[in-house]
Design a protein around this ligand. Sequence first.
Ligand code: DGL
Length: 271
Amino acid sequence: MSDAALPIAVFDSGVGGLTVLRALRAEMPEEDFIYLGDTARLPYGTKSADTVCRYALQASALLVDRGVKCLVVACNTASSVALPALDARFGPLPVVGVIEPGASAAVRASGTVRVAVIATEGTVRGNAYPRAIARIRPDVEVIQRACALFVSLAEEGWTDGPIAEAVARRYLEPLFRAEEPPDTLLLGCTHFPALMAPIRRVLGERVRIVDSAATTAEATDACLSSLGLRRRSGIGSVHLAATDGPERFARVGSIFSGEPINPDDVELLDL
Ligand code: DGL
């Protein structure tokens, strides 16, 4: 089999990365994908950088051992700390994370060069987004906030309604209270696009809301194209796997993928 015929691996701590998978499939419908959610060890967002790095290496190894042409790290927390280690272990396999693409989406969207980033505790602590944004445009002012409860709300399926809106208000209003508030909000976590409706209601129409899914898909496409690894014909497939609870993966994953998932189609992988 030529390398171009191999699948693209997508790795996340759980089901949230299915939003990135959706964007990847829309960008590259000819490609096969294998997606692994490390549901046994979710959440990554509250864990130390060393632990997340170790988990990301172990879970990615399961995918790489199957023969893949590229690894997409859909998890923001893992992307923020583990990319150098993944590159060192699996290179020359291309490894694409979500931080740089998310940062470039935010810089492109912001007219006032003031950006708010919301993410998990781990991503905020590591300052990955402010550093990535500064590399693209050093004059952009970035404020950040960890929004841990958004992950739980999305996992629970409480993506809209009074509770989701109250939590969104509590997290977001302080970020936008300044005299010159940000004009752009970057959703720096796989789970947050699921809460778009309450976030939009709290912020109103003037704030631009961006995430890294579409730009990560574009970056992956560009990377594979530059290496001559893009498949140009046919209809691609998706294989789903999880390290725990295929039933829960299917139930909660349907919220993120936008289509029903059959638990029997989710392979259980042991780590
Ligand atoms: N996938 C994680 C992220 O994007 C969110 C869930 C978790 O904490 O593991 O940061």
